[in-house]
Every structure is written in C-alpha cells, then in structure tokens.
Design a protein around this ligand. Structure first.
Ligand code: TRH
Length: 370
C-alpha cells in the first residue's frame, strides 16, 4: 500500500506524536510506503531528534516526510490510501488528484472512551464530488479502531522493569544524575510528570513531601515551571528535569516510574502500556465537555476509588482536593490495589488488536471495493 498521512499541528505534540507513531508502524511493521505531511516541523523536531525543521522533504525511520507548506504546496498526487488525522483537510490540489484515482480516504479521529464512538467507527461519509471518506475511531473496545501499540512492546517493557541495572543505565543515558539513581536504589519511588499548566503540580509536591518515602520526580523541561520552587521545601521530591526524548525513550521513562502523570492522547495511551498506575490530565475543552470524556474513561479504568478520586481532582484543580487525594493513594493497600488494576488495564487493552492492524485490515477491505 502507498499511503499519505496528513498532520496539522493544532497544539502541543499529540497531533504529530500520534501521526509519527502510526506512520512508522505502517512503514516498518506492515511494509507500507508512507508519506507523512506535517505543517509544523519545529514541533516535530521537538519530539524526534534528526528532523530538520527547514527541509521540504526528508526521510527518517522508513517514512518519507513532506513539509506541508502552503507557499508553494508540494505537488504530489494521491496513491492508494489517504489518512487525514483529526479532520485536517488535505490541500485542494491533492484532493483534486483524489477525484481522478479514488483512493481509500480515512479520517482518523481523536481518542475517546465514550460509547457513541462504537456506532460511528467505520462509517462512510459520501461527498458531493463522489469521494467517500471513512471515519476511523481509536478506542478501548473491540467495536472501535483500538489503540496504537507496537509489536513486542510488552516483552521489551518487562525486560526493563525486571532489571534495576538496565533501568539505571537507561535513566543515566537520558540525563538522570547518579545521586537520584542512588535514591531510587535506596527505595525512593519514581514519579513522572507530563501535564498542562493548569495541573495542581504544587499540591502533588506538597503531598509527596509529607510522605515518609522519598520521591524522585522526573519532569520534561518547560512542563510545570513552578516545580523548582515547590521542590525546595523539606522532604520535597528530588526534581530531575529531563530534555524531551524520542518516543521509544519516553516509553522507557514511563516504564521506570511507579506512577505516571500523563496528558492529552498519546502519552496517556503509552502510560497504559507501562502497566503502572497512571493519572491522566485530559486535554481541556470549552464548557468542560472534556470532563464527560474523562468520566467515560474512568468508567472503564479498573482502578480503585481512591485513584479515581485523584484523577478527578487532578482535572478539576479548583476543587483543591489533590493533596488529600495523593495522600490516599500513597497508602500501601491503595497503592497495591491500583498497581494491580494498572496491570489488568494493560492486559485487557493489549489483548485487543492494535490500531495499526485494524486500520490495515479496514483499508484492505475498502481497497477491494474500489
Ligand atoms: O502534547 P499533548 O498535550 O498533545 C495534545 C493531545 O494530543 C490532545 O488530545 C490534542 O487535542 C492536542 O495535543 C492538540 O499530549 P500527548 O497527546 O501526550 O502528546 C505528547 C507527545 O509527545 C507524545 O507522542 C509523546 C511525546 N513525547 C516524547 O516523545 N518525548 C518526551 O520527552 C515527551 C515529554 C513527550
């Protein structure tokens, strides 16, 4: 299959994060010839070393990367499959070429745990010009498109989680200092933090500082800028700032942590594959509609009530309940129940077919009918 994936970076790193992961998997696990169109190469370069933000065309990891600029737009014609991520509308000249060849056209939607997704997944949308676009919804049930998950991920994760020495050398390689590694070896818990500015990170630090067990807190540069000041108090976590790392290393960071605070879409899914407790900060939307989506996911996530309460508090900072909620999950019994639930969540979700496999099968069916 020859495919074009279109990615417009609306905000942050999730749009390109999802598209880049999908592009690599289609190219490397399924042998597809993939062109990835990206309008914002600077954001791409932030999460992928080796991307040249000024290059109109470059190849990396088996993917042909096209800078999607409007001045002038690249002159390329559609091939077998067109995947537009998150309804980003391919350029008009490209759609013109689609009218001549009628490729399979997929609109890859945002992830949601809401039940309506099942009835919309796979539906066609007939356009007046004769082209048909199909909706492909990621999701958590067999009636959806599933979640992105690379083959062999669990084995790689288990190997890392089973070896303190391998974790040490990995963490050292991404910039964790020896003295923080020593704290881990002496029994400190590891917490990773990737959140939006609205997250009550100060309350998290306050609760961790009050706990007798020490904490090493890993946070990317620029995220939660108040952490440096918050981590000055006695007993506060040992804060380690890390540069943004490539996606496979970001996975490994999550695998090394005891609790992962993640956000948006892609890091949220990756934290599930860590099989460790996760706190999700959902991407905020107008009129708090995101809170309904959060509830839809919490109804599926098998974590105990104390963990669910923390996740709700983390997403509604005005409630000011995060200190108490963190303290509750640090109780040994609560923590053990949550850790077991996290393993169960990973096992149940990874037993379902992955998004790339589902997408490949879906496109093959549609291609037969062309
Ligand atoms: O950056 P985000 O907030 O992206 C958001 C969401 O996707 C949201 O749903 C969407 O509407 C909005 O963008 C436009 O969070 P997310 O989805 O977790 O994406 C972050 C990506 O960055 C993910 O692919 C992981 C990657 N990443 C790294 O590769 N290395 C790193 O060091 C870090 C911190 C992140």
């Amino acid at each position: 299959m020859q495919a074009d994936i279109f990615c417009r970076v609306v905000d942050n790193y999730g749009d390109i994060g999802v598209c880049w992961r999908l592009a690599r998997q289609l190219a490397n696990s399924h042998g597809w010839d993939v062109r990835l169109w990206v309008d914002d190469l600077a954001s791409f370069a932030h999460i992928q070393p080796g991307i040249d933000a000024r290059s109109p065309r470059q190849g990396l990891a088996g993917v042909d990367i096209v800078h999607w600029s409007d001045t002038p737009a690249p002159v390329l014609a559609a091939r077998d499959v067109v995947i537009e991520a998150f309804a980003c509308d391919p350029p008009e000249a490209f759609v013109d070429s689609m009218r001549r060849t009628h490729p399979v056209w997929i609109n890859l939607e945002y992830l949601s745990a809401e039940s309506w997704v099942e009835s919309c997944h796979g539906l066609p949308s007939q356009r007046p010009d004769g082209l048909v676009k199909h909706f492909f919804f990621p999701g958590f049930t067999p009636a959806t498109g599933g979640l992105l998950r690379e083959p062999g991920l669990s084995a790689e994760r288990d190997a890392l989680q089973g070896s303190t020495a391998t974790q040490d050398s990995f963490l050292r390689s991404v910039g964790v200092p020896d003295e923080a590694l020593a704290l881990r070896r002496q029994g400190a818990r590891t917490v990773s933090l990737f959140c939006y500015a609205s997250a009550p990170a100060g309350e998290l630090v306050e609760a961790l500082a009050a706990d007798p067990r020490a904490t090493v807190l890993l946070a990317p540069q620029g995220v939660a800028p108040g952490l440096e000041a918050a981590c000055q108090s006695p007993g506060a976590p040992r804060l380690v700032r890390l540069p943004f790392v490539a996606q496979p290393d970001f996975d490994r960071l999550l695998w090394c942590a005891d609790i992962n605070f993640v956000r948006g879409e892609d890091s949220f899914v990756r934290a599930a594959w860590a099989a460790r407790p996760l706190v999700w900060q959902i991407y905020p939307q107008d009129q708090n509609v995101h809170l309904e989506k959060l509830d839809a996911w919490l109804a599926r996530y098998p974590a105990p009530e104390s963990a669910q309460a923390l996740i709700r508090a983390w997403n509604q900072p005005q409630a000011g309940q995060t200190v108490a909620a963190v303290k509750a999950v640090l109780e040994p019994a609560a923590g053990q129940a949550w850790a077991a639930a996290a393993r169960q969540w990973d096992a149940s979700q990874s037993a379902l077919p992955g998004l790339a496999d589902n997408l490949v099968a879906f496109c093959a069916e549609l291609a037969k009918k062309r």
